[in-house]
Every structure is written in C-alpha cells, then in structure tokens.
Design a protein around this ligand. Sequence first.
Ligand SMILES: [Zn+2]
Length: 154
Amino acid sequence: MAKKSQWRKLRDECDDFFSLLVRARDGFACTRCGKYKGLGPFLHASHLIGRSNYAVRWDLRNVWAQDNGCHRYFGSQNHHEYFDWVRQRIGPQNYAGLMQLAQNGRRGRAQWTVDDLTDLRQALLEALQTYTEVLHTAGGAHGYTRLMRQVLGI
Ligand SMILES: [Zn+2]
C-alpha cells in the first residue's frame, strides 16, 4: 500500500506542475478570449481529451489555459468546437500526432510506473524553469503560491 500512495503523490504532483506549466506557457491569460487572469482559481488548465486518458494527460498540445466562461463554453455542449479550435491552434500535423497518441499511447494509469512519474515530474520541473520570468511576474503581482516557491526555489 505504501507504493500506491507514493504513486498517487507523484501523479498529483505531476498534475500540479503540469497545470502551472500550461498557465505559464499561456501567460496566465485565457487562450480563447485573451483575458489576463493571473494566478488564482479563475484560470483553468482545460483538457481537450479528458484526464482519464493518461497518454495525453500531460501533453501540452492537449491542454490550454481558459477562464471560467471559456472553460464552460468548450466544456460540454460546444466540446466539438474545442477540437477544431485546437487543430487550428497547433496545426494539422501536431493535431494528428495528438490524436494518434490518445489512441495508441499509454492510456491507462496502470501503464505508468513510479519511475515513469518520477521522470515526468523532473521533466515538468525543468520545463517550468524556462518560464521563471513569467512566474515571477505573476507571483509578484498576486503573491507566490507554495507550488511556485517550490518551482522557483524561493
Ligand atoms: Zn476566455
């Protein structure tokens, strides 16, 4: 059982790092309407293909920062539009690659080991280091979160 809780802790950390990475990549603004939201609960890392598909759960092509309104808009009745929107945004080749991975990748959680998640966590931390300026700007304006302090080493 100890192993399971370690797995879950790592998985949740990967989720937290990845969500921060998506929002940092998108400049803490909504990618649909462009509104700047900064840190806080009003900007979501919105999955095109849901998180239950682990092959694309942490894929930057699959997840985009959206504010409450746009997250709701793309969420259910207009979800097909979100597919079109992503294809336009990343181009047909990247889109095809994303769909391919979603079909044929490691979709199940059981296909991800503690070692895999450890590697992923490290890769996400390194990716976040390329956004330190964006993180400092957002943190300076709104206050640094515990997660940001951990990422920035402050
Ligand atoms: Zn929006």
